[in-house]
Design a protein. Structure first.
Ligand SMILES: [Fe+2]
Ligand SMILES: [Fe+2]
Length: 288
């Protein structure tokens, strides 16, 4: 009964999300188009161009040091050819998320700039972990990492007062944010984020990466993708890449570590590479 009430509350919150300046109509259209076999570069670039701020951001990212292209890439079609569709789709998602977080800045006590950095850091670490562990879809893991804490945005926007209590409780007690949320709200941001991703019709694997990123209980199937985001999140907090409001580094789940089958020396490589990519990415996305 209690569980039913909680899931009802999450659904009520999620259903009011239509009011948010939210997710990426462009991203949705792009995903649909990429599943169509005869989609052309022109069609894809036209969709991205529908939002000039996002189009400009994609070009800015492509031309950043992180990609290391010698010649400047001046138009989207060229960028799509060079980077490929999955990479472009993820860039659109990152640019859209950035736009959303930036718009949220003034409406919440939660530090959005730090939150953005934490999301970016976790996305990068998760992707590099996925690459190092030879997962077949590191770009999808990047998406999971980027969106893993999106539930916090929903809480900050829709449950403002309670969320401020949660943030204060974390500071006071040193609890993990999800523990304070469960105590004060009855559910945590992983559950809200998972429900939101489902509403956005994101792939089930993305929903799972978001909903299970804490591994506070074991999902039916622990995938390597979930493990990568789980570890990426802990590393991101340990390395202080931004902040999602946590005061303690979450303990890495033993099973998640085992399933990725990495050596400690791999971890050193993952951290060094990610720190470099992180510094390059945030230097091109500054909040005023
Ligand atoms: Fe989280
Ligand atoms: Fe996080």
């Amino acid at each position: 009964m209690v569980l039913l009430m909680k899931s009802k509350k999450i659904d009520t919150i999620i259903n009011s999300i239509g009011n948010l300046p939210i997710l990426p109509t462009i991203y949705m259209k792009l995903s649909r188009l990429l599943n169509t076999p005869d989609s052309s570069i022109k069609m894809i670039s036209n969709i991205i161009s529908e939002d000039q701020a996002i189009a400009a951001m994609v070009l800015k990212i492509v031309n950043s040091a992180a990609y290391g292209f010698y010649n400047k890439i001046g138009d989207l079609r060229h960028a799509i050819v060079i980077l490929g569709l999955t990479e472009i789709k993820n860039m659109v998602l990152a640019a859209s998320m950035y736009k959303i977080v930036k718009e949220f800045k003034s409406s919440s006590a939660f530090n959005m700039q730090e939150f953005w950095k934490h999301s970016t850091g976790c996305a990068i670490l998760s992707r590099v972990l996925a690459e190092t562990a030879y997962l077949k879809n590191p770009e999808d893991v990047f998406t999971g990492g980027l969106l893993h804490d999106i539930g916090k945005l929903i809480h900050a926007a829709y449950l403002c007062e309670e969320f401020n209590d949660v943030v204060a409780n974390v500071v006071e007690t040193g609890s993990q944010m999800s523990e304070s949320e469960k105590k004060i709200l009855g559910f945590d941001h992983a559950q809200t984020g998972g429900a939101l991703a489902k509403k956005w019709n994101l792939p089930q694997e993305t929903v799972n990466m978001i909903a299970h990123h804490h591994l506070s209980y074991m999902p039916d199937t622990l995938t390597k993708e979930i493990a990568a985001v789980h570890i990426g999140n802990s590393l991101c907090i340990a390395l202080r890449m931004g902040s999602g409001g946590e005061k303690r580094v979450p303990i890495v789940n033993q099973k998640a570590w085992e399933i990725l089958d990495l050596k400690l020396s791999d971890l050193e490589y993952v951290m060094q590479k990610s720190i470099k990519l992180f510094e390059e990415s945030i230097s091109i996305m500054e909040f005023e």
